[in-house]
Ligand binder design. Sequence first.
Ligand SMILES: [Zn+2]
Length: 143
Amino acid sequence: MSLKDITSNLRAPINTRVADKPTVKVHSVEWRKVMAGEPVEINPSIGHGYKVMTVDEWSARWKPNEAFQECLQCGSKNTKEHHFMQTWCRGKKKWESECLCLECHSFSFRSYCDPDFKTPEDFEKERWQELVKGEAGKPVLAN
Ligand SMILES: [Zn+2]
């Protein structure tokens, strides 16, 4: 999904949330360690083992999300995205993004879902419910 797809043709408000730790599961254990000054795993692409890291060092490889650069806590644009997930299904979209602010160390979470978004599982479930309803409406054959 391009930046334009994320922010254009929105048919519902973007939900936001700000917290002093990741609200998504990813990186939440490491964040606690970084804050406590405990060693965290070095990114396998640059080395191996564990190391005590500063927030800047730990998040060095994350990139900012140009659509959502502003920290929801302090308004700084010195942020980096650590989580992004998107789902497209039959032209409907759903996504979530979380960025870390390097100024105040807050995590800004944003999520969006089209009002009529359904997952492939939802479609499958509905198909089954229709089927079951259809069966229930039929007269039961006695032997
Ligand atoms: Zn901030």
